[in-house]
Ligand binder design. Structure first.
Ligand SMILES: [Zn+2]
Length: 246
């Protein structure tokens, strides 16, 4: 229901007023073995948000699939990976975030799945969006409040408000779909048992195990994938995001 592109302006105004989380599903198009669709990472985020949307007030932005997939797994020719470099993503993302701030949203979240086992240090796609979010907030505040906004006496309670979560730099947050804490016992992998099972739980028609080949090391564990196992991963992700997106 509350997919941004389907919303009427009065619903958008309600979402702004009630500070509903506005979420960008972020991922890539990347080769995930012969048995999984290239949209795997982004679809995982979308599938989870479709479930969450039924239980909490959320606005889901049109997903962004064109992240920096890299060609680390396989070359793109005939395999389908589509890499857009982080240097090209950052200006796009900055402009998009500035636009969302202009509309009035102050509770924006990016949920990403792709190379996010390295989320703390960062990888090109999440770093580009994190960097862009910071730049967009600085640019927005400088335009809205003028230079010296942070030093003005109206900001004297900045550190107190920051601990209460009202810091403007919290207007846009980036979350990995999976965190090591939330996923304990569930594997991070690429097209292996973890991702294949998760996809079976979210979009069963998108998995074709008859195409699975054990030629490449990273897909070998996919033969042990199951819907039940994927449902466990799905539920852990849901539990983590229910808290993160509050
Ligand atoms: Zn993946």
């Amino acid at each position: 229901m509350l997919h941004y592109e389907m919303m009427l302006p009065h619903q958008i105004r309600t979402a702004i007023e009630k500070r509903w989380p506005v979420i960008l599903p972020l991922g890539v198009l990347e080769y995930h073995g012969e048995h999984l669709p290239v949209g795997m990472d982004t679809l995982a985020v979308i599938g989870i948000l479709e479930i969450l949307e039924k239980e909490m007030d959320l606005v889901i932005l049109p997903p962004f699939y064109y992240g920096a997939a890299s060609y680390a797994v396989e070359p793109p020719e005939g395999n389908g990976s589509l890499n857009v470099e982080a240097e090209a993503l950052a200006p796009f993302a900055k402009a998009m975030f500035q636009g969302l701030l202009r509309i009035g949203f102050r509770n924006i979240h990016v949920v990403i799945h792709h190379q996010t086992e390295n989320f703390v240090a960062g990888m090109p796609t999440d770093l580009a969006f994190k960097f862009a979010a910071r730049q967009a907030i600085f640019a927005f505040l400088e335009k809205d409040r003028g230079e010296g906004w942070w030093g003005s006496n109206e900001m004297a309670d900045y550190y107190a408000r920051q601990s209460a979560g009202e810091d403007p730099f919290n207007w846009i947050k980036t979350h990995p779909l999976m965190t090591p804490g939330a996923m304990e016992g569930y594997p991070y992998d690429h097209a292996g048992k973890g991702e294949t099972s998760l996809m079976m739980a979210l979009f069963p028609d998108a998995v074709d195990l008859s195409r699975l080949s054990d030629e490449k090391w990273y897909v070998r564990s996919a033969k042990d994938a199951s819907l039940e196992f994927g449902a466990r991963g799905r539920d852990r992700i849901l539990a983590h995001l229910r808290v993160a997106l509050r």
